[in-house]
Design a protein around this ligand. Structure first.
Ligand code: C2E
Ligand code: CA
Ligand code: CA
Length: 885
């Protein structure tokens, strides 16, 4: 049973893959998805292991297993690839009603981690005599495809966030670890430096050792440190010094009078015993007697003979000595030994130097000892010598050794080697009695790197790598400050993509993400602004133009416009996406960051409401119009909420010029807003805003119903040939329910479908030809006619006409103005009309105002004319008075 967990053979699971999946959550998501969509699903890892359980009952599972072969499953998984490539794969199956799809789950760097295998039964394809258990759910191909699209989005969102988080988490853990290590090292050196100072102390021996033991104990956090001495008779043991963290942990009194043989560690060897070390009987007894859990015992030799023991023990808690601990304890032993030797032998210089050297070599950081008076370096350890630095950098560093004050910490950046060092200075007496400076040098580059990385992450937008809004706010403050101080100028450009939601909804978030990344990259390539581009959220980008670049502001804006004038490459297809921009200058438009961004926003909105794809500079009138816009927006919303009654439909006659008497053959429905507060508003003043706010759907529906109702009335009252044209905006076409809405209008008004013409622009076709064709075809299947509006403007191309199911081409007004005089306009209209004839389409020319133009068009194979020459758009009463009776 291959839908169940694999047994044997493939049980070797890929650790990474397994960790990547959170099976519980995925199972829940999968079960809900299957139930809601009448599908079956299971998740398979890239190594063919099964990640989730089959959603559905045993009967359903065993039935589906009769349709799905193991080969299909492995072929499906192997069809996905790590690099680019499909995220959804439709597998051919052996039966017409069994549908099998794979949806890829991708990890970091697009790596293929596994896939959902989705199984469905197409109810429309099941033959009558086929046996399917009753429990098995069925669906349709269309529903399956919709569900798959949803699953793709869900998967993407879920796993993208997840891998992003995982990377961040890993980084944080690594950074914390590194910081802990650094902290530990620093602390250790501090203690060691402190202890080294005792070496030259003139205090009595016991006093010095006392200090050392207490420093050691406090640093290690252990319970007891003691120095035991063997009497010259080599029999009894004496306590020299003792330190304990609490009164109860002092054991000196108890060992009084004990013999060397009573101490199991007094063998002349070193013992470092952790709590989990298995120790011989004598140690066990000794530990038990004093409540010791673990300890380090080190012999101290003078002239080749063990005279003392350094004991460091832990009493209340368990401990495992780390390598660092042991190294430290050994250093302490050496210090004690040196002091002892120095006191014992009068000529201590040589031995003390070698002891010191061995300690300094082991501190783990770079050490340099400086004779300040002679300004020379007395000693450096190997770590210091091996620091990777250029000679010049080393020279600069060593200059610092002489300059700085004691007890100071300082950072040093070796630019060429790209390394950061932390220096600390302290003074001490050198072995020969000279006063010297001890400099310790740490390589803190790693810590720095992590710090920078964290800062970077807090300041950047993960999708595009641009700085984010947080960083913008900081930089903007700084920029305003410098601009005002220098008396110069700087600027802010706010860029918003036009109709980005269409791409996101229509092509999926993945395409949207790619577009945003492409935009970010292109913006950064513009000279002079590569470092001041920000993604302020969603599809909004902000550019700060520095004081020094202000004379290039126009050039920069021009370059940005150029970027958006060519199509974007998404999924190997070209998509057009324009932008609108608002511009403010500092200090002219203000010196407060919040105010400036608000004003840039106002300018941006002006650009949007003037029809998008343009740049607007802020001015105070806009401010008023921004207030107006807010009013307009409020009224528009209210008008829609109140049921669109304020929107009146006007009709402009369409004239049939193929007949000698040039009769009216119908009308284009054009909306006007008769607002009690705003007055009579023309479509150019509110349609872009209505599209932007999504209100166009309601308004458009209202116009469609009104126009169809009117046309049906004309058809019933003497003009069965009249047709009505209704404009559909791209926003409406993008909606999945547009077909339902149109069907409702046909049913509600009973209009003859062939008398309705829907006018569309190419807006959607440029970016999603497939979808445009699909929607138009469905419209045509209902018997409705389609007109391509405003032809010749925007992105129109002759290719589009050929590949779209169109009945009428409406040539834009701008070609009519000079018709008869302008060679280009003439040639354009002529060639389009020829093409139209060849493709069996009709031509309608808009905006004819003069007899002369009409005459010129007479020679050009045009079918219909619309323009002020015949009539302006008329209110319904006027239209019917003139053209109906
Ligand atoms: P359009 O679809 O290109 O409509 C033709 C526009 O040209 C109309 O402007 C019309 O009054 C104007 N026009 C017609 N003949 C002449 C002429 O001889 N000279 C001049 N100068 N203009 C002429 P209107 O009514 O202001 O509509 C503007 C645009 O608003 C329309 O352009 C259309 O894109 C949009 N619109 C109007 N009603 C609707 C609607 O119900 N839904 C949608 N989505 N858009 C609409
Ligand atoms: Ca139109
Ligand atoms: Ca038009």
């Amino acid at each position: 049973m291959y839908l169940r967990k694999e047994v044997g053979g493939e049980t070797q699971q890929n650790q990474n893959t397994n960790e990547y999946f959170e099976k519980g959550k995925m199972q829940k998501m999968q079960d809900a998805f299957c139930k809601a969509n009448h599908l079956y699903c299971v998740c398979i890892g890239r190594d063919l292991t099964q990640i989730t359980e089959f959603s559905g009952g045993a009967e359903e599972e065993s039935y589906l297993n009769t349709l799905l072969t193991p080969e299909m499953k492995s072929e499906l998984i192997h069809s996905f690839s790590d690099v680019e490539g499909e995220n959804v794969i439709a597998m051919p199956t052996n039966s017409p009603f069994f549908m099998l799809r794979g949806v890829a789950i991708r990890g970091e760097g697009y790596r293929f981690m596994g896939a959902w295998m989705v199984l469905g039964i197409d109810a429309e394809q099941v033959p009558e005599d086929a046996y399917i258990p009753r429990s098995v759910m069925t669906t349709t191909r269309e529903a399956l495809d919709k569900a798959i699209a949803l699953l793709e989005v869900l998967t993407n969102t879920y796993f993208t966030n997840k891998s992003q988080l995982a990377i961040l988490e890993e980084d944080l853990i690594a950074m914390e670890k590194e910081e802990r290590r650094m902290e530990y090292l620093l602390q250790k050196t501090e203690v060691l430096t402190e202890i080294l100072k005792f070496m030259e102390s003139e205090e009595p021996f016991a006093q010095v050792i006392d200090d050392i033991l207490s420093e050691t104990g406090k640093y290690l956090g252990n319970s007891n440190c003691e120095l035991l001495k063997i009497t010259p008779d080599e029999e009894t043991v004496e306590l020299v010094c003792e330190w304990a963290d609490t009164e109860e942990h002092l054991i000196g009194e108890r060992i009084k009078g004990m013999k060397q043989s009573d101490f199991p560690f007094m063998t002349g060897r070193t013992y470092t015993i952790s709590s989990d070390t298995i120790v011989p009987e004598p140690f066990m007894e000794y530990f038990a007697a004093y409540g010791i859990r673990c300890g380090a015992f080190l012999p101290i030799n003078i002239n080749g003979k063990t005279g003392m023991y350094l004991c460091i023990t832990m009493m209340d808690a368990d401990r495992k000595w780390s390598v660092e601990d042991i190294r430290f304890i050994n250093d302490i032993k050496r210090v004690v030994q040196t002091i002892l030797i120095k006191r014992v032998t009068k000529n201590s210089l040589a031995s003390s130097y070698s002891a010191l050297e061995s300690i300094l070599e082991n501190t783990g950081c770079g050490v340099s000892v400086i004779d300040l008076q002679k300004a020379t370096v007395l000693y450096t350890n190997d770590t210091y010598k091996n620091l990777s630095m250029k000679p010049e950098e080393r020279a600069t560093l060593e200059e610092l050794f002489l300059k700085e004050q004691d007890d100071l910490a300082e950072e040093f950046y070796a630019e060429e080697s790209g390394k950061w060092y932390e220096l600390s200075f302290s003074s001490m007496e050198w072995v020969d009695g000279r006063q010297v400076r001890l400099v310790t040098i740490y390589d803190v580059s790693k810590t720095k790197q992590y710090q920078e990385k964290i800062e970077h992450q807090a300041n950047t937008d993960y999708l595009t790598g641009l700085y984010n809004r947080m960083r913008l706010e900081e930089d903007l403050k700084e920029e305003i400050h410098t601009t005002v101080r220098s008396g110069g100028q700087s600027g802010i450009l706010v860029i918003n993509l036009d109709d980005f939601d269409n791409i996101n909804d229509g092509l999926g978030h993945q395409a949207g993400d790619i577009l945003l990344r492409n935009v970010a990259e292109s913006l950064q390539r513009i000279d002079g602004i590569s470092n001041c581009c920000y993604r302020a959220g969603g599809d909004e980008f902000i550019i700060l133009i520095h004081n020094s670049q202000m004379d290039r502001m126009d050039t920069i804006i021009k370059r940005i416009r150029q970027i958006f004038s060519t199509p974007w490459q998404l999924d190997e297809k070209s998509y057009y996406c324009t932008m609108s921009m608002g511009v403010v200058t500092i200090p002219k438009d203000g010196v407060d960051p919040v105010l400036l961004l608000q004003r840039a926003d106002i300018a941006l909105h002006t650009a949007k409401s003037l029809g998008k794809n343009r740049v607007e500079y802020y001015n105070s009138e806009q401010h008023n119009s921004a207030v107006e816009r807010l009013d307009l927006e409020k009224c528009l919303r209210e008008a829609v909420e109140k049921g669109c009654k304020e929107f009146e439909v006007y009709y402009q006659p369409l004239i049939d010029v193929t007949k000698p008497e040039k009769p009216c053959c119908g009308a284009e429905a054009l909306v006007r807003w008769n607002s009690p507060t705003m007055g009579f508003v023309m479509p150019s003043q509110f349609i872009p805003l209505a599209e932007y706010l999504g209100l166009i759907n309601e308004i458009g529906r209202h116009v469609l119903f009104e126009a169809c109702k009117r046309c049906k009335y004309w058809n019933d009252f003497g003009h069965p040939e009249y047709k009505v044209n209704v404009n559909l905006s791209v926003v409406q076409l993008m909606r999945t329910d547009i077909i339902d809405t149109i069907r409702e209008a046909l049913i509600a008004t009973q209009i003859e479908p062939s008398n309705l013409t829907l006018e569309v622009t190419e807006g959607l076709a440029v970016n999603d030809m497939f979808r445009m064709q699909q929607v138009l075809r469905e419209i045509k299947n209902m018997g409705i006619r389609v007109a391509l509006d405003d032809f010749g403007t925007g992105y129109s191309s002759l290719n589009h006409i050929r590949s779209m199911p169109i009945d009428v081409i409406k040539i834009d007004r701008c070609f009519v103005q000079d018709i008869g005089d302008d060679v280009f306009s003439d040639a354009f209209v002529k060639s389009v009309s020829q093409l139209a004839e060849a493709l069996d389409m009709n031509i309608c020319v808009e905006g004819v105002e003069e007899e002369k133009q009409c005459h010129a068009l007479g020679e050009m194979n045009v079918d219909m004319i619309q323009g002020y020459l015949f009539d302006k758009p008329l209110c319904v009463d006027d239209f019917e008075r003139k053209y109906l009776f």
